[in-house]
Design a protein around this ligand. Structure first.
Ligand SMILES: N[C@@H](CCC(=O)N[C@@H](CS)C(=O)NCC(=O)O)C(=O)O
Length: 198
């Protein structure tokens, strides 16, 4: 597998996931700050020119959450996804999709200072509803799905961690702050972040 990576990017999250799984792979640095992501070779991998991307044989996976979900299923024996076909998959998908479709856009909109929009029409709604949902989805102990740490934590917890770091989520509740701290204490998280430029 090839992991297209940059140390100042969301690829740190997929690197963290690869480390959680101890998954063998080749790291390919795409220096998007120098414009390497605009080169035809990389646009052939990801027409968005975004990192991360994962190439596994003929399969190209882009989007941080999709890469984490793909890896968790590929290495299902490592226990970072609930069993295929189990009802826990429903909750698992909710965490994986909520982060990209709702939380990220909401934090971006806040960052941009956009306040005049119809919250009923846009997928992310508004900040009070997002924060209430984060509060209800954040586990008071352990992980999103209970005692088993999964890719849901890498994606949901990783998004919350990003949001706190970049000032998009100010004053997280004690429960959210404690969950983020548990995430950050994981050895694989630390290894991935220590080798990035944060
Ligand atoms: N939706 C993508 C976003 C990835 C993304 O925005 N990557 C940024 C770095 S964090 C990037 O590659 N930016 C380069 C550019 O857009 O030119 C994901 O979840 O993976």
């Amino acid at each position: 597998m090839k992991h297209y990576y940059h140390p100042m990017s969301r690829a740190v999250t997929t690197d963290w996931m690869l480390r959680e799984l101890d998954a063998p792979h080749e790291r390919c640095v795409v220096d998007y700050l120098a414009g390497d992501n605009a080169k035809p070779e990389y646009r052939a991998v990801n027409p968005m020119g975004k990192v991360p991307a994962l190439v596994d044989g003929d399969t190209v996976v882009t989007e941080t959450a999709a890469i984490c979900a793909y890896l968790a299923d590929k290495f299902i024996d490592k226990g970072l996804a609930p069993p295929l076909g189990s009802t826990a998959r429903g909750q698992y998908y909710r965490y994986l999709f909520f982060s990209g479709t709702t939380l990220e856009p909401m934090f971006t909109v806040r960052h941009l200072g956009l306040t005049e929009y119809d919250a009923r029409s846009v997928g992310w709604g508004d900040m009070p509803r997002c924060l209430a949902t984060v509060e209800s989805m954040t586990p008071a102990r352990d992980w999103a799905l209970g005692s088993q740490f999964t890719a849901a934590d890498v994606v949901f917890g990783g998004t919350l961690d990003f949001a706190v770091q970049f000032g998009w989520l100010t004053d997280p509740s004690p429960k959210v702050a404690a969950y983020v701290q548990r995430i950050k204490a994981r050895p694989a998280y630390r290894a991935a972040h220590d080798s990035s430029w944060h």
